[in-house]
Design a protein around this ligand. Structure first.
Ligand code: R5P
Length: 291
């Protein structure tokens, strides 16, 4: 088995290779003067290949690189290509919310299969049932619940784990169980046309508590900012923000610190200053269970 990585998540790929006690091969990448992408696997591959490539911004470029890399690895002698995409872009468009829209995640997943993926692993995909719906190769969705809980263990006073919307409650519940804390969720609404967010009134007891808000993604930070402001206004002692994927678009970090969040923690599916937790170990377990 060999771990092969592009530059999109080299740190995580190196940790994964170390955890699996395997060599790491780095794919050569360049752009042509007109913007087209080029990748090259610098040596022959023997046995199974674990290709690690995250599709964080610029998502479109990274997606094309991923398709090219799958083909290149497959044709460099690998008997099987396990595609590991720590952050899978386009996963939030998992249905046609409005007439005329695509199901973006379906297009992305089907393309990976057409390019030659033999198995697929990702981390905390927005809607795990998308994988079952669109892939007919073996696949796994890794949840970094234990790692997130470990990070906060013993550091919170009267902890309440909060999901910013109902769809994120499973994550909050699982972390709360490990922390022996209570959990709840907020009622978030997003205007499908303007993208504007609002929170519906909800009575949650936060007075004097350390509130840990947990989501899958921090993109612009608007969701967590709204949630943080609301719990601080209702008397929370401190607010901590945790997510799996820190995209951090549109000055998200400034927005969150200005809203009064004391700590922002994410995993290394997207390299960022908030990547304080590694998913290398759960990914290594997932790889071992698929091979
Ligand atoms: C949406 O359903 C996701 O789970 C996140 O809550 C959302 O993507 C966060 O985006 P933003 O940081 O831009 O509010």
């Amino acid at each position: 088995m060999t771990v092969i990585a592009t530059g999109s998540s080299l740190g995580l790929a190196a940790k994964l290779a170390r955890t699996l006690s395997q060599d790491l091969i780095i794919i050569e990448e360049k752009s042509f003067p007109d913007g087209e992408k080029y990748v090259r696997v610098p040596q022959k591959i023997k046995g199974k290949a674990i290709l690690v490539h995250s599709t964080h911004p610029p998502q479109d470029e990274r997606f094309i690189q991923l398709l090219l890399a799958i083909d290149a690895v497959k044709n460099s002698g690998a008997s099987k290509v396990v595609v590991v995409v720590p952050y899978l872009a386009y996963a939030r468009q998992d249905k046609r919310f409005m007439e005329g829209e695509p199901i973006s995640i379906g297009v992305i997943l089907r393309s990976l299969q057409v390019a030659g993926a033999d198995a697929f692993i990702t981390v905390d995909v927005h809607n795990p049932s998308s994988l079952d719906e669109w892939l007919n190769i073996p696949h796994l969705n890794v949840l970094p619940i234990v790692q997130l809980a470990e990070y906060f263990k013993g550091t919170l006073h009267q902890p309440l784990v909060l999901a910013p919307d109902k769809g994120a409650i499973h994550r909050a519940r699982a972390i709360a169980e490990l922390l022996k804390a209570s959990y709840d969720y907020l009622e978030k609404r997003r205007d499908r046309t303007t993208g504007e967010l609002s929170l519906l009134p909800k009575n949650i007891e936060v007075e004097g508590k350390d509130v840990l808000i947990v989501d899958d993604i921090i993109s612009t930070g608007s969701t967590l900012m709204l949630a943080a402001k609301s719990v601080l206004m209702n008397g929370a002692k401190r607010v901590h923000a945790a997510c799996t994927h820190a995209i951090l678009a549109s000055s998200a970090l400034d927005k969150l610190y200005n809203a009064g969040v004391s700590d922002i923690v994410a995993t290394d599916t997207i390299p960022s200053p908030t990547s304080k937790i590694s998913v290398a170990e759960p990914l290594a377990n997932a790889v071992s269970s698929l091979l």
